[in-house]
Ligand binder design. Structure first.
Ligand SMILES: [Cu+2]
Length: 343
C-alpha cells in the first residue's frame, strides 16, 4: 500500500511537470508576452496561496501537538525527573513561541509586500539598533536556558547522595544483568579475565565485599520507592546506553569504564498502573545505542516496589558467591593496574 501511494505521488508530480512544460511551450508558440498586469495577478494568487499555506500548516501543527500528547511518556517517576520535565516544558514554550511568531511574520510579510502596481522596494541597508536587539534577545534567552539546564544537570549528577542503594547494571550483546551490593553497600570486585558462561560478570567471589552481593539474571530488576538508587554501569563488549525513560535517566555504558547515575523513584509500579489507567503498565530499561543486530532485545522490566516488597524480592535472588568458579588470579592484579593506567 505504501509503495502504491509513493508511486502515485511520483507519477502525479511527473504529470504536473509535463503540464507546466506544455503551458510554457504553448505560450511561446502563440507569441504571448507577459505584461505587468499579468505579473500582478500572479502575485496576488501567490500571496493568497502563501496565507493559505500558513493557515493550513500551522493548524496541522497544532492538531498534531494536541493529538500526539496522550502518547507521550506519563508523569516523571523520579525526583529529579519533575525538574527535568519542567525545564523541557519551558524549552518547548520558548521554541513554540518563536516558531509561531517567525512563521506568521514570514508568510504574512511575503503576502503583504508582494509586488503591486506602483510599489517600489524601499532601500533599507542597516539599522544598528534593530541588529543589537535581535542579537541580544536570543543571546539572553539561550544563556538562561543553558545555565538553568547546566544547574539541573549538576543537581542530578554532581551531588553526593548518601545511603543510596548500590546497583550494578551490566550490559552486553544483547541483555542486561544486575547486581546489588547488599548490606555492606559495596560491590565486590570483578575481573574480565574471570568471565565464563556461569560467571558472566567475572566476579571475584573470594572478595569479602562480594559476600552479601546479590546477583540477578532474570529479565527483571526491582528497586525500592523513595530511596536513592546509585547505578554503576559497565559494558562487556561495545558501548550500550541504559535508558530509563519513565525516570528521565540515561547513561552510556563504556567498556573499561565505570559510569554512574543516581535517581530516586517516587512512584511504585502499582501506583503508576493506576495513574496511567493501564493494568499492564511496566517501567522499562532499554538500550539506547544501536549496539548490534539484536539491539532491540535489550529490554528489562523495572519494578518499583515498596521497601518491604523490595527486601522480600532481594532475599529470593541468587547470592553472588554461589557462582561456581573463581580463584583470584594474582597476575591479574598487575595486568589490571596496567589497563587502568592506560585508561
Ligand atoms: Cu545495547
Amino acid at each position: 500500500m505504501t509503495i502504491l501511494i509513493l508511486i502515485a505521488v511520483i507519477l502525479g508530480i511527473m504529470v504536473l511537470v509535463k503540464l507546466m512544460n506544455i503551458v510554457q511551450l504553448s505560450t511561446q508558440v502563440s507569441g504571448y508576452e507577459e505584461t505587468e498586469d499579468d505579473q500582478i495577478k500572479e502575485n496576488n494568487y501567490a500571496g493568497i496561496g502563501l496565507m493559505l499555506f500558513m493557515i493550513i500548516g500551522l493548524s496541522l501543527t497544532v492538531l498534531m501537538i494536541v493529538s500526539y500528547r496522550p502518547h507521550l511518556l506519563p508523569v516523571a517517576a523520579s525526583e529529579h525527573g519533575v525538574g527535568l520535565d519542567k525545564l523541557l516544558n519551558i524549552n518547548w514554550i520558548v521554541i513554540g513561541f518563536v516558531f509561531f511568531i517567525t512563521q506568521i511574520t514570514l508568510f504574512y510579510f511575503a503576502h503583504k509586500y508582494r509586488h503591486t502596481k506602483g510599489k517600489v522596494a524601499y532601500f533599507y541597508p542597516m539599522n544598528h539598533k534593530l541588529e543589537i536587539v535581535w542579537t541580544a534577545i536570543p543571546t539572553i534567552v539561550l544563556s538562561i536556558l543553558i545555565v538553568t539546564g547546566l544547574q539541573e544537570w549538576h543537581k542530578i549528577l554532581m551531588t553526593e547522595k548518601k545511603d543510596a542503594v548500590n546497583v550494578q547494571v551490566y550490559g552486553y550483546q544483547f541483555a542486561w544483568i544486575t547486581r546489588y551490593s547488599g548490606k555492606d553497600n559495596t560491590l565486590g570486585k570483578s575481573n574480565y579475565k574471570l568471565i565464563t558462561d556461569e560467571n558472566p560478570l567475572g566476579l571475584e567471589t573470594s572478595d569479602p565485599a562480594m559476600k552479601d552481593d546479590v546477583y540477578t539474571t532474570g529479565n527483571e530488576m526491582h528497586i525500592p520507592v523513595g530511596q536513592e538508587i546509585k547505578f554503576q554501569f559497565n559494558a562487556r563488549d561495545v558501548i550500550h546506553s541504559a535508558y530509563f525513560p519513565h525516570f528521565r535517566a540515561q547513561m552510556n555504558l563504556v567498556p573499561g569504564m565505570n559510569t554512574f547515575f543516581t535517581f530516586k523513584p517516587t512512584i511504585t509500579t502499582e501506583e503508576m498502573r493506576k495513574i496511567t489507567k493501564n493494568d499492564k503498565f511496566d517501567y522499562v530499561l532499554l538500550c539506547n545505542k544501536v549496539c548490534g543486530v539484536a539491539h532491540y532485545t535489550m529490554k528489562m522490566t523495572v519494578v518499583v516496589d515498596t521497601p518491604e516488597d523490595f527486601k522480600k524480592w532481594l532475599r529470593k535472588q541468587k547470592k553472588a558467591r554461589e557462582i561456581s568458579s573463581t580463584p583470584t588470579v594474582a597476575e591479574n592484579t598487575t595486568v589490571n593496574k596496567e589497563v587502568t593506567a592506560t585508561l
